[in-house]
Ligand binder design. Sequence first.
Ligand code: AHR
Length: 619
Amino acid sequence: VALFVNASEAKEISKTMFGIFFEEINHAGAGGLWAELVSNRGFEAGGSTTPSNIDPWSIIGDESSLIVSTERSSCFDRNQIALRMEVLCSHDGPKTCPAGGVGIFNPGFWGMNIELGKTYKLVLYVRASQSINVSASLIGSVGLKTLATANIIASDVSNWTKMEVLMQAKGTDPSSRLQLTTTRKGVIWFDQVSLMPVDTYKGHGFRNDLFKMLKELSPGFIRFPGGCFVEGDWLRNAFRWKETIGPWEERPGHFGDVWKYWTDEGLGHFEFLQLAEDLGALPIWVFNNGISHHDHVDPSALLPFVQEILDGIEFARGSSQSKWGSVRASMGHPEPFDLRYVAVGNEDCDREGYLGSYLKFYDAITHAYPDIKIISNCDGSSELLKHPAHYYDYHIYNNANTVFRSATKFDRAPRGGPKAFVSEYAVNGDDAGKGSLVAALAEAGFLIGLERNCDVVEMASYAPLFVNENNRDWNPDAIVFDSSKVYGTPSYWMQHFFKESNGATLLNSTLQTGVESFLIASAVTWKNTEDNDKYLRIKVVNSGRNSVTLQISIDGLELNSIRSQGSIKTELTSSDYKDENSFEHPNKIVPVKSPLEDVAEEMDIVLSPRSLTSIDLPI
Ligand code: AHR
């Protein structure tokens, strides 16, 4: 089998070719990347009618010592539910409280990860007609050991009062909980109880280990805040950016009815833009276009929706003197964020009213922000779109064979019109399990096909990005985590082979296989920004079950003989195509690097069965 690389024909790959797509699905954000440890911190998750469900908060004590209920008595207008706790016992009788007191506890999102020596900031709002003495403690799951404790004491909290306390852990337990208990008789109201580790990425609230996984992908862009999450099953449950900004305690939160969980929206419009900036990725905001899965806004009533989006763009990139830019500035970011792309809805092209609504958004946005690039939901890969757009969105979820064969999908795409944004791709179904090698190889083949079509494809992202192991609503996903651990699936590691392609140059390369091809390859030149050295990278997927000796022949490019000892081969493979990573074996399938000897313009390399291989040759 031979691969001919010819450097005389080259195409530029966009700087944003490979990025990431963040969706609030599988508790990716709430109980995931967003480091808040309290679940349902404002007691709003049960809805606004009272009595309300306070799940997952639980009560410590019985009816003879404590009555817990909810009331619409909060000091926050947009999230009015507060918790009322009537303590019937006391430390000195007549009804004596149990040792340790009575109160409530929150288990977080399937356990809070409390770590020895780390500091946690507890913030809560409290009101009571008497003085209070509340014990806040972090309790481990093993033997209910107290890992940290603090006393919240106040003589006058007759008006809602914000209390803050730092708690340092003297032990580690990934399944801890936060308890608020007292032995003082009387009524206490609580609201907006937050516990965050002090140590988050740059203090921006992102869980460090999960942020690192994203950063190490060097994403060119980040699409957010979701796909179906943006639409909602019903419009009343769609993501509305204005409800997600400003002080966290004032945000109403909302029930994401597609993925069926509540989010307190600590991770809101501002935080997504901040995340993009922290990752060095361009933000791509997918907004709700007045269409959900089951209802839509009448086109005659669309104007407020269009204005909402114009305001959201102004929030992101308007000057700090502008109405919404000043709100952003008040949140600590006076400089505009670099918002250049927006997507009008998600997977809505065939839904009633899409085109009419799309054009209204398109006209208003291009009028107000002529440089903003607009992404249509309609597929332009078979024929040119009949409406104006800068990009068209393309999604593919299928079995491994179909995804691998779809590498040629864009060979036939029309040239000269809007370019493709492959904003969701993945192998799913039986082939993929919870993230298998064969899925990753097929996706790698597909991405090589996108590289080869970089004149018409400008962006691509895998979906979904994250899964909290305790809420696997969608399989597979790129990054798996629980309260304390994280690992990448083979599909995550596969993406590492493509990160240097952003802004690289694609060279012409031809595979000569002689049989029906289970191989696919590309060749790019790229510059290492750390040492400024240039490399030729050849990537090959061997999806077959036998090893292959590949005869490489490079034309029109001189390898750097002085630096040739810097040549590296990187391989992603395993003994079985269904192999997966897991918490027990997180590194079973990860890229393995080895030095490459005998480098020359004509050379052989051996491709392992079922492997993705890249070779980097200094030029
Ligand atoms: O990635 C999971 C879902 O798949 C997205 O929400 C949606 O856009 C697609 O159908």
